[in-house]
Structure formats: structure tokens, C-alpha cells
Design a protein around this ligand. Structure first.
Ligand code: FAD
Ligand code: SF4
Length: 338
């Protein structure tokens, strides 16, 4: 049995306090041994991903700042827009009647995460900040010690998937993120020095190690999704095991109808690179069309071109690329008016 390493747990009661605790314990300072930002302190929300990773010694923080008792973290507000505290669970999102009806892709993305037990504990904030994944990295310390470490935990070592790559190619695997992209969401970031709002589209970087574009001493405090009047949206993922598994391709799409044609569209893809992205070419192919077969085929073609999976998850590269096209066709066809 894998056991957790020892750590100290400190509790925050506001997101600002959490960020201050991170800074006070050295978050963001350079690790002198590696020259990379220190991970000796981290946040924990539901712990559904962090604790397994700690058991495998992918992270060994000395201090964890718990977000479980942050005031208002589990608040859900619907007033035209949708406001979610970062501590709202995936189970709440998946079953909330207004979210299912009006922000459907998000409810479907949350429902597609793992198992009921993990959705009851896992939070939207933790999902947004989910570590990137790779077959070479998501292994026990014993396995990695025997096979050899890689750049993600040991910057002095090469990437084992693509040894000539200057960066880690680990894969974005959070199911709610493509949905949030398609729905035009933004996140509230809290730091010790103040807060700011960032579009989800600007939250990520194409780097399997530094995939989050926020400081180590900052936290996600909440998510806002704009009013979806006139929009329809959906999410579909390919996974190895149908009962529970991370995506190896995920496609979310949202379209706004106006007078029988698509007035606005967003199509997002995940699990084929280190960040989920909007496929601008797909949206362009849809706007102004009644979502006929030709427009859908052109959009699916753009998604197929944008999908550049590496051989570091389950499934094969041709299978995942072809699935990107087929799933794009399926999600867009499902968004036609009934
Ligand atoms: C068997 C298994 C299957 C899974 N399947 C899926 C799946 O299919 N799809 C999927 O998307 N996920 C999956 N997960 C991962 C995980 O359960 C979810 O992503 C969940 O939403 C994580 O939320 P959490 O609150 O438990 O995060 P935690 O585990 O507490 O934290 C995850 C990371 O986010 C950081 N973090 C947490 N909250 C914040 C915050 N507010 N601000 C800044 N950083 C924060 C933590 O420091 C940590 O690095 C799976 C996990 C397991 C163990
Ligand atoms: S992509 Fe390369 S560097 Fe990144 S986790 Fe996998 S093997 Fe390691």
C-alpha cells in the first residue's frame, strides 16, 4: 500500500488568507537545488488528485494549505450569470438543475469526472488546477526509480516521451476546462497582494510543468460563467474505461442561435496537448450557418488539424486524432435545434 508522506496541515478561512499562508511558507521562492519554483507548500481542496500524487511522491510538500473551511467556497449563485465558489463540488455542479439546463457543457464535464465518490469530494477549483498527466509520470516512486525519472520532476533529465523536446509535453486532463472555455468563463484569482479576474482562455500555458499561468502564491477563488440565453452547449470525452477515467480526447462546443443561424460559436479541445484550447477555425466555420452538414464537416476538419496528441496517454495517436473529428461532428450535430 502506498502511504502519504508526512506534512503539516494549515487551514485558511478566506482565499486571501490562503494566498498569504502560501507566501509565508515560501511558495514561489526558487528551490535552490533545482532553480524552479518551490513546491514545499501547496494548497489542497478535495484532495482527490493531490493525495494520490503525494502517495506516488510526485509531490512531497512539507505544508498543505487546506481550502476546505474557506467561507463561501461552496456558494452557487445564479443571477443571469453563474457564479461558483472554487470549493463547489463536481457532484453539485453535475446535478444542479439550472446548470444542467443553462450551462449544460459544464454539468456534463463535471459528471464525466471519475466516480461518484470523487465527484462528491473533488472541487471545481481543484479541477481547474489539475496537474497535467503522462504515462511516464503518473507512476509510483518505485516504478519511476527503476525506469528513470523525467524532466517534470527532475529538470536536469530529458523528457522520456520526446527526448529532444525542450519542454514537458504532459497532457491537460481536466474535464470541466473545455466546457468552461466553450462557455466563455473567467476565474477570480486571489493573491497575497490582491485579486484579479482572468479569462479561462488565458489561464493556461503550453507547458506540462508550468501549465498554470498564475503564481504559486495565488489561488483560484471562484468561477463566473456569462448568461447563456440563446446558447446551447455540450461536452463529450473519449476515455479508456467507460466507468471512470481521465479524457484522452475531450470536445466541448457552445453555439448561440439567432433567427435559425449560428450567431456565435466556441469549440474547445482537451487532452491532446498541455492545455485545453479553443479552436478558432471551427468557430469561424459555424458562424452564419444553420449548422448544416457542410459547416459541421469544416468545423470538424479544423478540430482534427488542431489535435496533435503525443504518445503519452492510453489510446493511440491516430485513434485520438480521428476521435477528435468524429466527436466534433457528434457534439455539433447534437446542438441543432430539436
Ligand atoms: C481515479 C481517479 C480518476 C480521476 N478521473 C478524472 C477525470 O476523469 N477527469 C478529471 O478532470 N479529473 C479526474 N480525476 C482528478 C480529480 O479527482 C478531479 O480533477 C478533481 O476535480 C480535483 O479536485 P480536488 O478538489 O480534489 O483537487 P485537489 O486534489 O485538492 O487539488 C488538485 C490540484 O489543484 C490545486 N488546487 C486545488 N484547489 C485550488 C485552488 N482553489 N486554487 C489553486 N490551486 C488549487 C492543488 O494544489 C493541486 O495541485 C481523477 C482522480 C482519480 C484519483
Ligand atoms: S511529457 Fe516528458 S517530461 Fe513530461 S511527464 Fe511525460 S516524460 Fe516527463
Amino acid at each position: 500500500m502506498l502511504r502519504l508522506p508526512k506534512f503539516e496541515l494549515v487551514e485558511a478561512h478566506t482565499y486571501h488568507e490562503a494566498a498569504s499562508l502560501l507566501r509565508a511558507h515560501g511558495a514561489g521562492e526558487l528551490d535552490p537545488a533545482r532553480g524552479t519554483p518551490s513546491l514545499r507548500v501547496m494548497t489542497v481542496a478535495g484532495g482527490t488528485d493531490l493525495f494520490p500524487n503525494m502517495k506516488r511522491r510526485q509531490f512531497t510538500p512539507e505544508v498543505l494549505v487546506s481550502l476546505q473551511r474557506v467561507d463561501g467556497a461552496t456558494a452557487v449563485g445564479v443571477n443571469g450569470a453563474l457564479h461558483l465558489g472554487a470549493g463547489v463540488t463536481l457532484a453539485t455542479i453535475a446535478s444542479h438543475p439550472a446548470i444542467r439546463e443553462r450551462w449544460t457543457a459544464l454539468a456534463e464535464g463535471a459528471f464525466a469526472v471519475s466516480t461518484p465518490q470523487l465527484r462528491n469530494a473533488g472541487t471545481i477549483g481543484g479541477n481547474l488546477c489539475l496537474d497535467t498527466r503522462c504515462n511516464w509520470y503518473d507512476q509510483s516512486l518505485f516504478w519511476r526509480s527503476a525506469e528513470g525519472f523525467c524532466m517534470k520532476t527532475h529538470p536536469e533529465v530529458v523528457c522520456r516521451v520526446a527526448p529532444s523536446s525542450p519542454r514537458c509535453l504532459a497532457v491537460a486532463s481536466a474535464d470541466t476546462v473545455p466546457a468552461l472555455l466553450a462557455l466563455g468563463a473567467s476565474v477570480r484569482i486571489e493573491g497575497a497582494g490582491g485579486g484579479r479576474d482572468v479569462a479561462v482562455a488565458d489561464l493556461y500555458q503550453e507547458d506540462g510543468i508550468r501549465f498554470l499561468g498564475i503564481g504559486r502564491d495565488e489561488v483560484v477563488a471562484g468561477v463566473t460563467l456569462p448568461d447563456t440565453t440563446g446558447w446551447r452547449s455540450t461536452y463529450l470525452k473519449l476515455r479508456d474505461r467507460g466507468s471512470f477515467d481521465f479524457p484522452i480526447v475531450g470536445i466541448a462546443a457552445a453555439v448561440r442561435w439567432d433567427g435559425g443561424v449560428v450567431a456565435e460559436a466556441r469549440v474547445a479541445i482537451t487532452a491532446v496537448s498541455s492545455r485545453a484550447t479553443l479552436v478558432e477555425g471551427a468557430a469561424a466555420a459555424l458562424v452564419g450557418s444553420p449548422l448544416g452538414d457542410d459547416a459541421i464537416a469544416a468545423a470538424a476538419d479544423a478540430v482534427h488539424k488542431a489535435a496533435r496528441p503525443m504518445d503519452n496517454t492510453s489510446g493511440t495517436i491516430p485513434q485520438r486524432k480521428r476521435t477528435a473529428r468524429v466527436f466534433a461532428e457528434r457534439v455539433l450535430t447534437s446542438l441543432r435545434p430539436h
